[in-house]
Design a protein. Structure first.
Length: 507
């Protein structure tokens, strides 16, 4: 027996998990790192802190009794936040802080991509334009606003590509990130150089990974230097991973048909696969062969979800994280139809269905008698309404939403769970005691190491435990009006938000 080591670079830190070859969890360790916000709408991290956090977490985990008795590490697989863009020199040293996924400074560049939708049909795979979060608009922004940094850069890559390089010494890109975040043509196996040229950034191609490979492929072997740094034997395979939320489909259970994975943490990513492309401007995608070779992946989500709850509880109200349970309990006792407070969850813009980086958060209906529990509950309700908006857009596009599987930070907040199912008005499953991204990476690692036939077999073998969450019919009826208020408030405030962001130089 051996160990499958899973790496999840999230927004707040690195989590490393270990699994046996038959999918039994041996534990996980988390190490935090810092995000900075230099200007409104900007968010940055230091890639060196990703590596330091990973090494510390991995060494700590591998030193546990469970891992010591499980054998040597046979495979690594990673998943990271998508659209977190590192700018590096020829040996992989950062030239500036990485632009985090939630950074929306490139919204004008993203809007510019829509002008090329008719002549560059590959943009149909992203709903007619790129989003402000993605690598391509961020690279354009960098070239236009920091030309010296751009000119001296040897690599402009996703966080997953940076991590793969640090592990293997090879610039191998994930096909998932490439097609989802910088318009790679998976069908013809080429970069869309014509689109890049039209956008004035044809020289981006040599800065991207040298090779693009599908999820589950072998990127290379662990370098001897890294093996020594981790205190393990060399020779372990490194499999090609992908986007943290997107690969979670691999850990939802045996069949992925009709499954929608909702990974709700700092942000919310809502992911499904379809057999044939669905063309709509309300979702991201459909991306061909992003995860499995015979499927098209569609993506929706909320830029801010759990981060809005953190803002309300910890930042604004000053509640310590250890004391949040009391706030949540108090907010759960508030009647949903009685407090009169309405909020919008679009603090850093909207992914889908609005695809609008210039939206911002809002709270209306406050009185001098509004309590902190009422305010917190209104923000939870706003996040739940945002989730419903994404699911509704999937169904309008013809995406089957037969089975909804929740995971991520939402599992630690019972109010968030219950309000969401009440707003949706339907039964959902929630993962019990597991991290779907880490489990999905075990599937990927097992596939790369040849321990399973393919991703489907691995997904079947490594299914997690889930439990059913049911909605309350009475509360759902109340939330019908809450959702209509949410939509009306969005429509009313969007023009004011746009003007405000424009006056600030769009962040």
């Amino acid at each position: 027996m051996g160990i499958l080591l899973s790496i999840d670079l999230g927004t707040e830190g690195a989590r490393v998990g270990a699994f046996t070859e038959d999918g039994v969890s041996l534990g996980s360790v988390h190490r935090p790192y810092r995000t900075t916000f230099p200007r409104p709408g900007w968010a940055e991290q230091d890639p060196e802190t990703w590596w330091t956090a990973f090494v510390d977490a991995a060494r700590t985990l591998l030193a546990t009794d469970a891992c010591r008795s499980a054998g040597s590490v046979v495979a690594f697989a990673s998943a990271t936040t998508a659209s977190t863009v590192a700018i590096l020199d020829e040996v992989g040293t950062p030239l500036r802080p990485a632009l985090l996924w939630m950074d929306t400074r490139a919204s004008p560049q993203a809007e510019r991509t829509a002008q090329h939708a008719e002549t560059h049909t590959i943009l149909a795979w992203s709903g007619g334009s790129d989003a402000a979060e993605w690598l391509l608009p961020k690279a354009i922004w960098l070239k236009e606003n920091e030309p010296a940094v751009y000119g001296s850069s040897a690599r402009i890559v996703e966080a997953i590509d940076y991590l793969t390089f640090r592990l293997t010494g090879r610039w191998v890109g994930s096909q998932m990130n490439a097609v989802c975040k910088y318009n790679y043509d998976t069908i013809n196996r080429r970069f869309p150089i014509e689109l890049y040229d039209a956008l004035g950034i044809g020289d981006l191609v040599p800065r991207l990974p040298d090779q693009i490979l599908p999820v589950g492929s072998v990127a290379g072997t662990l370098t001897s230097a890294v093996a020594a740094e981790l205190g393990i034997a060399g020779g372990a395979l490194v499999a090609v991973g992908g986007i943290d939320a997107h690969v979670s489909l691999l850990a939802c259970g045996a069949s992925m048909d009709g499954v929608v994975s909702l990974v709700s943490g700092t942000s919310s990513a809502i992911i499904a696969e379809v057999d044939a492309p669905v063309l709509t401007t309300e979702v991201w995608g459909p991306y061909p062969q992003a995860l499995r070779p015979s499927k098209w992946l569609v993506e929706g989500g909320q830029i801010t979800s759990g981060s809005v709850l953190k803002w309300a509880g910890e930042t604004i109200m000053g509640v310590a994280r250890d004391d949040l349970a009391s706030l949540i309990k108090g907010a759960a006792a508030v009647e949903p139809g009685a407090h009169g407070v309405r909020a919008l969850d679009t603090f850093m813009g909207n992914r889908t269905p609005y695809r609008d980086a210039r939206l911002r958060g809002a709270v209306v209906g406050l009185t001098l008698g509004t309590t902190r529990e009422e305010l917190y509950r209104s923000v939870v309700e706003a996040v739940a309404c945002g989730t419903k908006g994404v699911i509704d857009s999937f169904e309008r596009a013809g995406v089957a939403c037969d089975r909804l599987v929740f995971s991520g930070g939402i599992v630690n907040n019972s109010l968030w769970q219950q309000v969401t199912v009440d707003v949706l008005g339907r039964e959902v499953e929630i993962v019990v005691g597991d991290n779907l991204t880490l489990r999905a990476c075990a599937v990927i690692g097992a596939t790369g190491a040849g321990l399973v036939r393919d991703l489907d077999q691995g997904a079947s073998m490594y299914a997690p435990r889930t439990q059913i969450l049911s909605h309350d019919t009475t509360r759902h009826d109340i939330y019908r009006q809450t959702y209509q208020d949410y939509l009306a408030l969005m429509a009313a405030l969007a023009p004011i938000m746009h003007e405000s962001v424009d006056r600030l130089g769009r962040g």
